[in-house]
Ligand binder design. Structure first.
Ligand code: AKG
Ligand code: FE2
Length: 329
């Protein structure tokens, strides 16, 4: 994820009191109806991407039980005794469970999380947690299905941008999927700790499954935090940094954060989708002309990881800012 130092609303506490404006809810099932219905959905997705950068999807084809099972697998993993959770990380390709209880700009955070690649599954499954015994089966089923949703969405987004969906589709199909599995403690009365600080996601798009409310996104028109409601059977979708690059700035990445839920511990599973590790993402040539010169330098997911390592102590510049072509932004 990309740290954001600029353009973040000042207000730091959870935004309970904010009016939650309606969020676009897209019925993905209509993508595979007749051509007219498909056009309408593609237009709705294009508008949501252009104006907001986020939306929710329903009728996406993933059954409630597959989503519930993934949440259960994550919950059971985080409830394991610490030694069992940590034992799981015994070589370089396995990432340990990590705990973020840091403080940034005077705000404390509290989150336990696990990140693992998920595509191609046959390459990565062996590195996933072995405990609880249901983890691999349940999480893998969800990972495969949510990737199918990402592919459909990517196709629709490219179509909405007027791009050659076939060419990009291959790159996306061969691309990576990273699961960020998060567990946030329940917050106690008066506690101002939050779960995860403001950031944007790398990659092209993120699909988020959550056990309860807690995600907030920056509403660009009012520059304020907006609570994302948890709608039944819905998944939340938001645009990542590389989609802003690919679309040459027509679609903007979304700054978001997670606040703690006062009623219960919260699990979220963010599925981040992008091109392969070393595949460069540049602005689509169809979206670059004299009036719209390229706004960003090309970069890969690996460049982002290198940026992260090089900037561990320097939180001043986020990844996207480092890609801006001077003179155009
Ligand atoms: O937990 C959430 O709602 C957000 C998680 C997130 O933004 C991430 O894992 O990148
Ligand atoms: Fe994120």
């Amino acid at each position: 994820m990309s740290d954001t130092s600029s353009n973040v609303p000042q207000q730091q506490l959870p935004s309970e009191e904010l009016q939650s404006q309606p969020m676009p809810v897209i019925n993905l099932g209509h993508l595979s109806l007749d051509p007219t219905s498909r056009c309408r959905v593609v237009d709705d997705i294009a508008r949501a991407c252009r104006d907001l950068g986020y939306f929710q999807v329903i009728n996406h084809g993933i059954s409630q039980s597959v989503m519930d099972d993934a949440i259960e697998a994550a919950t059971d993993f985080f409830n394991l005794p610490s030694e069992t959770k940590e034992e799981y990380a015994s070589d370089d390709l396995q990432q340990p469970v990590r705990y973020d209880t840091s403080s940034k700009d005077g705000i404390s955070m509290s989150r336990a999380f696990l990140k693992h690649y998920a595509h191609p599954l046959c390459d990565w499954l062996q590195y996933w947690p072995q405990q609880p015994p249901i983890y691999r089966e349940y999480m893998a089923k969800y990972a495969v299905e949510v990737r199918g949703v990402a592919l459909k969405l990517m196709e629709a987004i490219l179509e909405g941008l007027g791009l050659d969906t076939e060419y990009m589709h291959v790159k996306f199909d061969e691309g990576l999927q990273l699961l960020s599995v998060n567990c946030y403690p329940k917050v106690s009365e008066g506690d101002t700790t939050i779960g995860l600080a403001a950031h944007s996601d790398y990659g092209l798009l993120t699909i988020l499954l959550t056990s309860c409310r807690g995600l907030e996104v920056v509403d660009r028109s009012s520059n304020s935090w907006k609570v994302v409601q948890k709608l039944p059977h819905a998944l939340h979708v938001h645009i990542g940094d590389h989609m802003e690059v690919l679309s040459n700035g027509r679609i903007k990445t979304v700054v978001h954060r997670a606040v703690l839920n006062p009623r219960e511990e919260r699990i979220s599973i963010a599925s981040i989708h992008g091109f392969a590790l070393h595949e460069k993402v540049s602005s689509a040539k169809e979206l670059v002309d004299e009036k719209n010169p390229p706004k960003y330098k090309e970069s890969s997911f690996n460049d982002f990881l290198e940026h992260l390592t090089a900037n561990l102590d320097n939180r001043q510049r986020n990844f996207l800012e480092t890609l801006e072509c001077k003179g155009h932004i």
